[in-house]
Design a protein around this ligand. Structure first.
Ligand code: MSP
Length: 705
């Protein structure tokens, strides 16, 4: 059995950012999960190096197009190594470059096959004609009237709705692909393989696009207008349209049209692929690409899966002008790679748009990783070191000690916890297979919560004081260690380094990367195994410190950034231009800014209470903070700190009804403990707070639900 997964190949005109990294992380995660199951897997990523946009970027930075591509590729290689995504770290198998000679060969072969082919309606698949229309260099796409902004001044060119740059007028003879003849054939593919385009919402978009009628596609340019491309076979005055040629990379990389490559990798062996793409380039992959393959008589891809876009925390598309892009250098410098992987997979509901902010990343890393998985693992291992001489303890409680165990409330039957974890594992894998990473991770964290609770309830530190409870203590620690073993196998594809570290700290050899999570059996962690050295896996991130480093870093780095890297970036309108709204394929959910949904149970976890302010005073030396005493119907009023001093006079708050998050973990601010949080709206650039209140009478302590 084999498996082949691809990311898009990235334009070699500009340096990568979070959006590019994301697809690589998803592909890498999928590839590792397949390898874990022993499936021979091939993972492709790479660069799309031809076309007018790269030619122009090169010209601007005084390089040849090949030098330009080499420069961008060297950055990609450095970046993928730093993020553990390259071959040396068990990541991609090929960094594909469309300037490779074998790609030229394979692309020519595919063209030839299409040129010989008849469409399903009996016409020549490729024909010569005249193209007259508008072209966006940044999209590398011809634009129809509803896809561009008409010029405000007469005679000026229209502009691209996505990039806001002037379109090129194209009027030349060239080759066309008779896409219009493929509508029925494509619709029958979508019909017969409902999983061909995923998720469902995107599939529906594709179907309605095809049903709306397909136009023939111009697939070449005159060499005199675009010279940087693969020559059309037997007609060197023309170069192939960059999208036509770039899509073919997915098969040339593994050997199509080149015997040597076929021997090294194997088209027969690995095709068809699972293509991961952003929703903005879905049409090329789900409509054009299958049509080319149908013409050439080649099997269609396994599936095309489209993910959403990363937006900033306020829901705006990332752009350099707005200054809201996530730079990979900054990410790499301040965060653990696995924390980044976890965050992007947990945060983005696959298929929908997601929001990325450093603060959100820090909060999640601290709560889910440092306080969650990391803490569970280190407290378990530390206790094993302390109470069990650093060896995995025995799991069974002997008959004569059962009563003692029962007295402490510990479930003496380990099958309860084993059953829970098995079920969670199955659900996790089901969600993972469906690429619902966010949901899968939620399920995995239910295991963390369960084991945490078992430990907290059993209080091993008390058990350790009583000789009669030695076996109870051992059993609890065994369950916890075994759960951690399971988690490190399950989560390995998502956090390979951290899971390997946990695995090794458990005293296990090699890596969890060769263990199939579906085959985990409870109790296979061997008693007596000597654990490894216990080290923190996810150190807590000091939010204020890191945020101020990032903020000052980005300010001072603006100049250094504007050196070599910018030579490339300036040449690319794609990320430089403030983009209005994402117009392409915008769904209703995008329009209202809904990016992820929670279950009602998630909401129920937040204990919101009506409170009344009894007193309010300023906090010395903290000009933003007010110290409030709030009655929420409990015996004692709560002391809550609120960052609203610049907007509210303390005395005016007295008696005011407010909403309090009552189950927020207490924390200390400026030496005062804050036992909850006042809920407020936040608006405007500086995030002006407006306290939530009630217009009707409501008793203190009433719950909001
Ligand atoms: N070269 C083409 C792909 C050819 S594949 C045969 C291309 N390159 S690209 O560099 O512009 O984009 C590559 C991928 O990055 C696309 O899938 C795109 O969706 C993704 N992203 C770019 N910005 C993004 C976000 N802000 N968020 C998520 N993905 C984003 O298109």
């Amino acid at each position: 059995m084999t498996f082949y997964v691809t990311t898009p190949i990235y334009y070699a005109n500009s340096l990568p950012h979070l959006g590019h990294l994301y697809t690589m992380i998803v592909a890498d995660t999928i590839a590792r999960s397949k390898r874990q199951k022993g499936i021979e897997t091939y993972f492709l990523t790479g660069t799309d190096e031809h076309g007018i946009n790269i030619e122009r970027a090169a010209e601007k930075s005084g390089r040849t197009p090949k030098e330009q591509a080499d420069y961008v590729v060297s950055y990609y290689k450095k970046m993928t190594a730093e993020f553990g995504l390259d071959t040396a770290h068990g990541g991609y198998d090929i960094f594909m470059r469309t300037t490779e000679p074998f790609h030229y060969q394979g692309a020519s072969e595919l063209w030839r096959r299409c040129a010989k082919a008849k469409t399903p309606k009996g016409n020549d698949a490729i024909y010569k004609g005249h193209y007259e229309g508008w072209f966006c260099a940044a999209c590398a796409e011809y634009k129809t009237e509803d896809e561009y902004q008409k010029p405000k001044t007469e005679g000026a060119p229209p502009t691209c709705l996505i990039h806001d740059i002037a379109l090129d007028r194209v009027s030349e003879d060239g080759y066309f692909f008779r896409l219009s003849d493929y509508d029925e054939a494509l619709l029958s593919v979508y019909e017969s393989q409902p999983d061909f385009v995923r998720p469902e919402s995107r599939r529906n978009e594709v179907i309605s696009f095809v049903k709306g009628g397909l136009q023939d596609l111009s697939i070449s340019r005159l060499k005199t207008s675009v010279s940087w491309g693969v020559p059309v076979p037997d007609d060197p005055e023309h170069t192939m349209y960059v999208w036509f040629e770039a899509l073919i990379n997915y098969i040339t990389a593994i050997g199509f049209g080149n015997e040597e490559r076929e021997k090294i990798v194997g088209f027969e062996k690995f095709w068809p692929a699972l293509h991961l793409v952003g929703k903005d380039i879905l049409r090329f992959h789900a409509v054009y690409w299958p049509a080319f393959l149908l013409a050439a008589g080649i099997e269609l891809p396994r599936a095309i899966v489209a993910h959403g876009m990363w937006l900033d925390p306020n829901g705006r598309k990332m752009s350099k002008t707005l200054g809201n892009t996530i730079e990979l250098d900054v990410l790499q410098q301040h965060f653990n790679v696995d924390a980044i992987r976890y965050f992007v997979l947990r945060e983005m509901v696959f298929g929908q748009d997601g929001r990325f902010g450093y603060e959100g990343l820090i909060d999640r890393a601290n709560s889910d990783l440092a306080s969650g998985l990391g803490n569970l693992s280190s407290r378990t291992l530390t206790m094993i070191a302390r109470y069990s001489e650093g060896r995995i303890p025995a799991r069974q409680i002997a008959e004569d000690k059962l009563l003692f165990a029962k007295r402490t409330g510990v479930d003496t039957d380990e099958t309860t916890v084993a059953g829970f974890i098995e079920l969670a594992r199955d659900q996790y894998l089901q969600q993972f297979e469906a690429l619902n990473f966010s949901r899968a991770l939620e399920v995995a964290w239910s295991i963390v919560a369960r084991i945490d609770k078992i430990i907290t309830d059993a209080k091993p530190w008390d058990l350790a004081k009583d000789e009669n409870q030695k076996q109870t203590l051992d059993a609890i620690l065994y369950r916890s260690a075994e759960a951690i073993r399971w988690l490190s196998v399950m989560l390995f594809p998502i956090m390979p380094q951290a899971c390997t570290a946990i695995w090794n700290q458990l005293g296990l050899k090699a890596t969890p990367g060769t263990h199939d999570p579906a085959k985990l059996i409870w109790g296979e962690l061997e008693e007596g195994t000597t654990i490894g050295e216990v080290k923190p896996i996810f150190p807590r991130i000091d939010k204020n410190k890191v945020m101020s480093e990032i903020t000052s870093g980005t300010e001072t780095q603006q100049k250094p950034h504007a050196t070599a890297a910018d030579a490339v970036d300036n040449a690319q309108p794609k990320t430089e231009t403030p983009t209005p709204t994402p117009v392409h394929h915008a769904t209703e959910a995008d329009a209202v800014g809904v990016t992820s949904f929670i279950e009602i149970g998630d909401f129920a976890k937040v204990d919101l209470r009506v409170g009344q302010v009894l007193s309010a005073e300023r906090v010395p030396k903290a000009d933003k903070l007010l110290l409030l005493k709030i009655d929420i119907g409990e015996a004692e009023p709560r002391q809550v700190l609120a960052g609203i001093a610049q907007y509210y006079e303390p005395e005016k708050l007295i008696n005011r009804k407010v909403v309090i998050v009552a189950n927020l973990k207490p924390r200390k601010l400026r030496g005062f403990e804050s036992q909850g949080m006042v809920v407020a709206a936040s608006y405007g650039e500086e995030g002006r707070p407006v306290i939530a209140t009630f217009t009707e009478d409501v008793p203190n302590g009433a719950r909001l639900k």
